[in-house]
Ligand binder design. Sequence first.
Ligand SMILES: NC(=O)c1ccc[n+]([C@@H]2O[C@H](COP(=O)([O-])OP(=O)(O)OC[C@H]3O[C@@H](n4cnc5c(N)ncnc54)[C@H](O)[C@@H]3O)[C@@H](O)[C@H]2O)c1
Length: 311
Amino acid sequence: MAFRRAVVTGGAGFLGSHVCEELLRRGTRVLCLDDFRTGSRGNLPDHPALGVAVADVTRPLEVLGPVDLVVHLACPASPVDYLRMPVDTLRTGGFGTLHALELAHRKGARVVVASTSEVYGDPEEHPQRETYWGHVNPIGPRSVYDEAKRFGEAMTFAYRREHGVDAGVVRIFNTYGPRMRPDDGRLVPTFLRQARQGEPLTVHGDGTQTRSLCYVDDLVRGLLAMAESPHPGPVNLGNPEEVTVLEVARRVIEATGSTSTIRHVAAMVDDPRRRRPDIGLARRLLGWRPEVPLDEGLRRSLDRQLVGWSR
Ligand SMILES: NC(=O)c1ccc[n+]([C@@H]2O[C@H](COP(=O)([O-])OP(=O)(O)OC[C@H]3O[C@@H](n4cnc5c(N)ncnc54)[C@H](O)[C@@H]3O)[C@@H](O)[C@H]2O)c1
């Protein structure tokens, strides 16, 4: 199915810029709405079918003309960012999601809302299936993000039930790739930066905690498959290959040919011990599974990250 005109909130961020690019490649006209708090205009191409407008999604969204798809990604996503703006993160997860839903409802558009594996918190079920309700500390520092996203899901389902809007939720697991900010505090860009600069790679705790890392092109393909589906979700999107943080550090050192060592630092508060999506639903519903192996994804991120850094 080809969408004619899509609105992408948070389109100037890491994931959003890849979503915009892929929609443009598929012939969709795209309007990116972003207030650039963590994103950048430089992430987006100059393209005749791309419009970019400054908009804060915590305020009602006005868009002229028809829209048949809304992809709602706007939200601070890295711990460095959401811990710096905790109240705004909650506001964005709540009001921002409401405004994206209202826009989709007014336009009669499909809306895909980006949730996160963080709704599972520090999971007691492994791997995590969509039926698992999660294990989140509601008052810890990370709760501003986890609970914002849980509220966003509640809002999406309430809005769908009350107004019949065609909304779907995706729970995105750790995704990496080009255009992540080297200083955004997330695992892969931090390790890549440290390895490139020959600094020790900082591993929190003993490094046996696990992550599942999905390359961005795979994620965008899954997200747009969800856009084309009428399903409400939530649907997990992530790479089920589980690796320890220590192993990620070793693979980054290998991929970069760096002389960096590994340094253990204090564990983070409420850091999840294990993370792995069960992607059975995405496979059945969307025919989706990730294809890019970690080593290949790291190489691609590195090649294109170097270009980003010289900007
Ligand atoms: N990257 C991941 O691994 C991952 C994992 C799970 C979920 N997600 C979700 O995907 C979405 C995008 O994440 P990302 O990694 O690209 O983060 P990002 O920080 O690179 O992008 C977020 C974008 O949203 C914009 N934004 C934030 N608050 C806004 C507001 N109030 N109004 C308008 N624009 C606003 C930022 O300026 C930025 O361009 C987020 O909703 C995030 O929760 C990402």
